[in-house]
Design a protein around this ligand. Structure first.
Ligand SMILES: [Fe+2]
Ligand SMILES: [Fe+2]
Length: 321
């Protein structure tokens, strides 16, 4: 972890003014003064988010050619395309902090930057498309609704639009699940099997418990985050348990029970050893995902070259005029 930088007297006055603005609920914009540590934490968090959107296209992209009907295929294509858009908004937002996108992509490809652990799991059946929309996009909504109130303006504004699209993603996923739940015994079994595989990894998406999350306290203080990982995870569980009951699906946790005093669904132990394995690059599909991103990057080299040449030509034309 980085060490806090030493601050001079001048800078501590700037930090105090900055923190007063945050406390007053003002949003911080790209040209405003900000502590270097705030800028770096945002770059880390936003680029990680952008990478997750882009890598997240891969497990579902895998099923576009095998969607069971034209309607399902159209929805799935639209959803996967939306995720590319989410990645682009957030990369653009990250660039307002003075970092180059090529650098961010390089960090993803060489393993210095992380992305959401959930996308390192394989998609083995059509039911996975339903369950990912329901759980994974559902979890994303819980996270991103809060991020829409983040203190950094460009990030917060990107979240407002993204959340609208995530709602469509979640509904298309839940609708697939509801349809399978009303289908043949084989379809119901396929759905339950997908739920069993994705439930725990979806809970891990919120990140380690706050007691083990080194960045949480600082991000909360600066209102980049507004709720802790555990609070968000609990909210997701509380929302999802009744949705599972409504379509007759069993969540694979014998310890799930409602606590009437706290109004929360209590749940069993998360396997954090698995989470740290996956985040550390040793999940079932980490290597495959990065290889697919690397191939896309290599295949796109000619587009980047052409765009750079075109921009250079335009610059020369302007200078000549
Ligand atoms: Fe997204
Ligand atoms: Fe989504």
């Amino acid at each position: 972890m980085e060490q806090p930088t030493t601050v001079t007297a001048d800078e501590s006055a700037l930090v105090a003014a900055f923190e007063a603005r945050i406390a007053a609920g003002e949003s911080i914009e790209p040209k405003d003064w900000m502590p270097e540590r705030y800028r770096r934490q945002l770059i880390r968090m936003m680029s990680q988010h952008a990478h997750s959107e882009i890598v997240g296209m891969l497990p579902e992209g895998n099923w576009i050619t095998r969607a069971p009907s034209l309607r399902r295929k159209m929805s799935l294509i639209a959803k996967v395309q939306d995720e590319a858009g989410h990645g682009l908004y957030i990369y653009c937002g990250t660039e307002t902090l003075g970092v180059d996108r090529h650098e961010l992509v390089a960090q993803l490809l060489d393993g210095r930057a992380k992305y959401s652990s959930i996308f390192n799991y394989p998609t083995l059946s059509w039911a996975d498309m339903g369950v990912i929309g329901w759980f994974v996009d559902g979890a994303a909504i819980v996270n991103q609704t809060i991020l829409a109130k983040a203190s950094y303006g460009p990030y917060a504004r990107a979240m407002v639009r993204i959340c609208k699209e995530e709602n469509f993603h979640k509904r298309q996923g839940y609708e697939i699940c509801a349809t399978l739940a009303n289908g043949t015994p084989a379809q119901r079994e396929m759905l339950q099997e997908a739920v069993n595989r994705f439930w725990w990894p979806s809970l891990m998406m919120f990140g380690p418990s706050d007691t083990d999350s080194p960045n949480s306290a600082e991000l909360l203080k600066w209102r980049v985050k507004r709720k802790t990982n555990d609070e968000l995870r609990q909210r997701f569980i509380n929302l999802t348990v009744p949705q599972a009951a409504a379509i007759g699906v069993t969540l694979p946790d014998p310890d799930l029970r409602f606590n009437a005093e706290t109004n929360n669904w209590e749940f069993g132990e998360i396997d954090w050893a698995e989470f740290f394995q996956v985040i550390g690059g040793n999940g079932p599909c980490n290597k495959e995902r990065i290889a697919a991103r690397q191939k896309a990057h290599d295949d796109g080299a000619w587009v980047r070259e052409a765009a750079t040449a075109h921009a250079g030509k335009q610059r020369r034309d302007v200078q000549a005029a």
